[in-house]
Design a protein around this ligand. Structure first.
Ligand code: UP5
Ligand code: MG
Length: 190
C-alpha cells in the first residue's frame, strides 16, 4: 500500500541569505515544520554523537557533511514531527545530497525557494550575527561562499530546469522579503 508522502519545500540560498529567518515566519503563518539541516547537524555535535567531531570539522571548513549523516537526521526529524508539511532549510547542498535524498526517501520537493542575495550583504550579516557559530569568521565565510557557488548553485539550476524554483530577492529588509515569500505559499484565486 502506498504511504502518503509528506509535502516538502526546499529552502536554498547562500550563507546568511536569510533562510532561517524566513522559515520562522513561514512556520508561524503556514503551519509547516522547519527542519534546518545545519541546526540538526549542530545538535548532533552537542549531543556527543560518535559523528560529532567529524561534523564539527566539516562545518569549521565550510565543507558538506556526507549525505547519509544528514539524511538520517532529516528522516528522523520528519518521522518524529507528526506533521506532513516540511521546510527543509539548507539542504540539499550538492547534487549528491539531492540524488541521495530522493533515492532514500522517495520524496521530491513541491517547490524550491531560492533566496538570492549578493555576497557583500551576506558577509555583512554573518559577521554581525554574534551567535558564536564556529563558521562565522571571515576565513570560513569565504570557504562557505565558494562551496555554495561550486556545489549548491547546480542544485538550484537542476530544480530551475524542472520549473520548481521560486527566486526571491533576499537583499531587502526582512518584512519585504517575507511579502514575496507569502505570495509563494498563498494559493492564487482566479
Ligand atoms: N538577517 C536575515 N535576514 C535579513 C534581512 N532581510 N536583512 C538584514 N538582516 C537579515 O540570517 C543570517 C543573519 O542575517 C542573522 O543575523 C539574521 O538576523 C540576519 P539567517 O536567517 O540565519 O540566514 P541563513 O541563510 O539561515 O544563514 P546560515 O548561516 O544559517 O546559512 P548557511 O547555509 O551557511 O548555514 P547552515 O546552518 O545551513 O549550514 C552550516 C554548515 O553546516 C554548512 O556550511 C556545512 O558545513 C554544514 N551543512 C552540511 O554539511 N550539510 C547540510 O545539509 C547542511 C549544512
Ligand atoms: Mg540558517
Amino acid at each position: 500500500l502506498a504511504e502518503k508522502k509528506p509535502t516538502v519545500v526546499f529552502v536554498l540560498g547562500g550563507p546568511g541569505s536569510g533562510k532561517g529567518t524566513q522559515c520562522a515566519n513561514i512556520v508561524e503563518h503556514f503551519g509547516y515544520t522547519h527542519l534546518s539541516a545545519g541546526d540538526l547537524l549542530r545538535a548532533e555535535i552537542k549531543s556527543g554523537s560518535e559523528n560529532g567531531t567529524m561534523i564539527q570539522n566539516m562545518i569549521k571548513e565550510g565543507k558538506i557533511v556526507p549525505s547519509e549523516v544528514t539524511i538520517k537526521l532529516l528522516q528522523r526529524a520528519i518521522e518524529e514531527s507528526g506533521n506532513e508539511k516540511f521546510l527543509i532549510d539548507g539542504f540539499p547542498r550538492n547534487e549528491e545530497n539531492r540524488a541521495a535524498f530522493e533515492a532514500v526517501t522517495g520524496i521530491e520537493p513541491s517547490v524550491v525557494l531560492f533566496f538570492d542575495c549578493p555576497e557583500e550583504e551576506m558577509e555583512r550579516r554573518l559577521l554581525s550575527r554574534n551567535e558564536g557559530r564556529v563558521d562565522d569568521n571571515i576565513e570560513t565565510i569565504r570557504k562557505r561562499f565558494r562551496v555554495f557557488l561550486e556545489s549548491s548553485i547546480p542544485v538550484v539550476e537542476y530544480y530551475e530546469s524542472k520549473g520548481k524554483v521560486r527566486k526571491i530577492d533576499a537583499a531587502r529588509p526582512v518584512g519585504e522579503v517575507f511579502e514575496s515569500v507569502k505570495a509563494v505559499f498563498t494559493p492564487k484565486s482566479e
